[in-house]
Design a protein around this ligand. Structure first.
Ligand SMILES: Cc1ncc(COP(=O)(O)O)c(C=O)c1O
Length: 411
């Protein structure tokens, strides 16, 4: 039975209708999605393109992140029909299957399904490090920037940050950062690599560089964790298998809710001993889930169907980067765009990132201001060629309007 036939709609309307009639956080209206579905006859699989039941609002090109995707009708059906059990007892067959698939894809002995990439990373740190230990990571890493100080709060660890272009560094940098064995100093325990690198503009680590850094770290007696939230994108770009990267690390986290388009979920993979420890910390961090097969089914569907199509996201990101780089006041080197993330700088004369993003938003194109002069755009499953064309037209128009404006008089 399809997940959302017309008969289900009245109940869904009641459930999703907040006081404002809108889903919090954007122009997207679940009610509008439902009304479109009713008008279009209701069967999600008979609808095309952007007109999915509860799909993205076709009026908006949302390039803020690849996490904004809505599950496709087929993914929703897989979720609705998934066999489930209580995963805290290890009884959920869909979660167990997902964990087996992830472990196999990464060439690891075991894997653990967790709610988020953040939890996967923070559990990995807790698995490998003790309070008072120090973690070595690149200064722009997600774990340092966006995980709310988790390594300090959850594992009692300090972080030693490395410089490095576009999120990457080499073995010498690790060697220089390791503390000497001295009772006054923190104990260097773990090296983190992020691939692709989010704040690095979706940069992709060459496999040889990963191997070099990891060999150095191992010589120094350090553990290694890969934040592979977008490892799938790195593999599509390089042609390497996920296991080719993963074999250099003790643990690897991967996400299903970024480019792969699942609504929720990440996994941590490693040795049986590491994943047994991770299981304990997942429970401690509040990540034990019950009939989680419902969401694991979305992740499984994504793994089976949405990896090869990441190449389309990369091609669109490249096209967007080329168009942006031609605009006056925009600084971006298109060859540095290697996957689905486009980060560009605005010259001060072109206004602030916040203004630029606000002007785009007036035309229903959404990007993210990530620093005073820096903007991020990310392509994903819900950005079509037509949507990207519209985004490109809009950035050109907004940029031209800015250039045409008379200079403001000095006070
Ligand atoms: C590189 C990287 N790692 C980890 C995460 C955290 O994932 P989540 O938002 O599922 O916690 C993100 C989120 O965007 C990310 O970009």
């Amino acid at each position: 039975m399809p997940y959302c036939g017309p008969a289900d709609l009245p109940t869904l309307v009641l459930r999703v209708q907040p006081a404002s009639g809108n889903v919090v956080g954007g122009r997207y209206s679940a009610l509008a999605g439902i009304r479109r579905a009713k008008a279009g006859g209701g069967d999600p699989d008979k609808q095309e393109g952007d007109c999915r039941v509860h799909g993205p609002d076709p009026a908006v090109v949302d390039l803020r992140s690849d996490t904004v995707t809505r599950p496709t009708p087929a993914m929703r059906r897989a979720m609705a029909e998934a066999p489930v059990g209580d995963d805290v007892f290890g009884d959920d067959p869909t979660v167990n299957l997902l964990q087996e698939r992830v472990a196999a894809a990464l060439g690891k002995a075991a894997a653990l399904f967790v709610p988020s990439g953040t939890m996967a990373n923070e559990i990995a740190i807790r698995v490998h490090a003790q309070p008072g230990d120090e973690i070595i990571a690149q200064a722009d890493s997600h774990i340092y920037h966006y995980e709310t100080g988790g390594p300090a709060a959850l594992s009692g660890c300090s972080m030693r940050l490395l410089a490095g272009a576009r999120g990457m560094f080499d073995g010498d940098a690790v060697r220089a950062a390791v503390r000497a064995p001295d009772s006054h100093l923190a104990h260097s325990a773990l090296v983190l690599i992020e691939n692709t690198h989010n704040r690095g503009g979706g940069s992709v680590w060459p496999l040889a560089d990963v191997a070099e850094v990891c060999a150095t770290a191992r010589d120094l007696g350090l553990k290694l964790h890969l934040d592979g939230a977008r490892l799938w994108n790195a593999c599509i770009r390089t042609g390497h298998a996920p296991a080719d990267y993963a074999r250099h690390f003790d643990t690897v986290s991967v996400c299903f809710s970024k480019g792969l388009g699942a609504p929720i979920g990440s996994a941590l993979a490693g040795s049986v001993a590491a994943i047994q420890r991770a299981h304990r910390f997942r429970k401690m961090f509040g990540g034990g889930m019950r009939q989680a097969g419902i969401i694991a089914a979305g992740a499984l569907y994504a793994l089976e169907h949405h990896i090869p199509r990441l190449a389309e996201d990369h091609a669109r990101a490249e096209r967007l980067a080329t168009a942006l780089a031609e605009l006056p006041g925009v600084r971006l080197d298109p060859p540095t765009v290697e996957s689905n993330i486009v980060i560009f700088e605005l010259d001060p004369g072109a206004g602030t990132a916040r203004d630029f993003v606000a002007r785009l938003r007036e035309h229903a194109v959404w990007m993210l201001a990530i620093a005073p002069q820096r903007v991020r755009a990310v392509t994903h499953l819900d950005v079509s060629d037509a949507g990207l064309d519209r985004a490109i037209r809009t950035v050109r128009e907004v940029s031209a309007a800015r250039t045409a404006r008379p200079p403001t008089a000095s006070p």
